[in-house]
Design a protein. Sequence first.
Length: 109
Amino acid sequence: MDKIEASWPGPTTWIIPAAEGVSHYLRGNHDGIAVRVTDHPLASLLCRTFRAPIVSTSANPEGQPPALSANGVRRYFGDEVDLIVEGALGELDRPTPIYDGVTGKNLRA
């Protein structure tokens, strides 16, 4: 847990075992749940304003490159998305890393 907490806030996602009763909507068909404490200014502001965590997903269909702009999200999803918040991307030039919280294995470099 120390390694996980030391990486936050920041652009690192950890897959941790989901507690019993965590909705399928949050974990899909997996035993774990992806968690990140962001340091992105706009996402952090949204969480502080909402006064709760925000659940999100990647801005791309599975297997497709990430959308890098609001227009890219619109091209992928059209009117399937209720709201797109426009803002600057984070400082990484690639998708954020994902690690297994139990083994520490890098799941996405």
